[in-house]
Write a protein of this length. Structure first.
Length: 190
């Protein structure tokens, strides 16, 4: 296994992600009129506006909500209960900045998404814009669920969502996670 601590190795994988995914010219793949996208039959992701639209979430059959931007997006269990929406809810307060360790939240996020899948529910994973924080969690989940490397996982999510993960530090963290799981070689990145 390669040493991902090597900065040139990280840059190489990030460049490959950019060239393989941006070359396709992905445009926003948001559902018309709303800032959300269906990534898998049970997995949706997007921004804050949909997180507060309980009518839409109910119509989609959402049973679980993962808020990756608690404090910025003021929806919590009480918000949904007050609107008579019975959902399982999880939140964490993550920052969309270069020095933030986004992957610290991934083990709990993975378990929560898996709980949703095992119960035949549907989950909405969101942050403020539906780009970086939720993009990181959903891409890490897709990588682990399908045993993909970071290139394949980012490409898969971008095919369904459009623009995600412009925070390069979150990409670095995904690459490190892929190495720890033994997924780097799956896409032939190195």
């Amino acid at each position: 296994m390669s040493d991902i601590k090597n900065d040139s190795c990280i840059k190489n994988v990030i460049q490959k992600i950019a060239s393989k995914t941006h070359a396709r010219g992905y445009e926003s793949n948001y559902t018309k009129g709303s800032n959300f996208s269906q990534i898998l039959p049970f997995l949706y992701m997007g921004g804050a506006e949909v997180a507060s639209d309980t009518k839409l979430l109910t119509n989609l059959g959402i049973s679980h909500i993962l808020n990756c931007a608690a404090g910025e997006v003021d929806t919590d269990e009480a918000f949904y209960a007050k609107r008579e929406m019975n959902v399982k809810y999880m939140e964490f307060c993550a920052e969309d900045c270069y020095n933030y360790d986004m992957m610290q939240h991934y083990p709990d996020a993975f378990d929560f998404i898996e709980d949703c899948r095992a119960s035949n529910g549907k989950i909405y994973v969101h942050c403020q814009m539906g780009v970086n924080r939720s993009g990181c969690m959903v891409t890490a989940y897709i990588m682990e669920l399908n045993k993909l490397g970071p290139i394949g996982a980012v490409q898969f999510v971008r095919e369904h969502r459009g623009f995600i993960l412009d925070n390069k530090e979150f990409l670095r963290q995904l690459i490190s996670h892929a190495e720890n799981k033994g997924y780097l070689e799956r896409d032939g990145e190195l």
